[in-house]
Design a protein around this ligand. Sequence first.
Ligand code: GLN
Length: 195
Amino acid sequence: MTAIGVLALQGDVREHARMVREAGATAVPVKRADGLTSLDGLVIPGGESTTIGKLLRRFGMLEPLRSLVESGFPVYGTCAGMILLADRIEDAGVDQPSIGGMNIAVRRNAFGRQRESFEADVDVPVLGDEPFPAIFIRAPVIEGVGEGVDILASVAGERPVAARQGRLLVSSFHPELTDDARLHRYFVDMVEGRS
Ligand code: GLN
């Protein structure tokens, strides 16, 4: 069975694991670098990207993850996970470690104070006609995309909030807080070579 790791340093680890199982794969919580071996893919939950980055560095996972991403290992980053996969962070925190690998620029907390958290029905054409019930929590936005990146969804006048590049998938919203497993299924399909 396909084994998908869920980075278990911060965030909705249990909820992501439930979604991974619903998508037909085995979910494996990952806390240390040796847990990264023998996985078919990895989900990086949301949280606080500077904190997750610093924990990755402290536990010696930053370099192994960079190498994995470079070698084409599939990773799905949500919210802070998306920030960690971006090659450029417009307003990075002081000493903010990141994994990188995806040819995008992101802006953290992009939706402003009064809309720090909101829900929106978002069209994600690769998932079919039914809009996705997207939950945004102090969410980042994609501000620039380079070669090889496909935008999968946008909100509020074409602000990109989900994208794919090769076997890297990112969304600035939190599908694990909904009952909609379509994005996780899309990721598992990607891992298994079906999408
Ligand atoms: N604002 C957070 C950050 O910059 C991300 C928020 C989230 O993951 N829900 O890391």
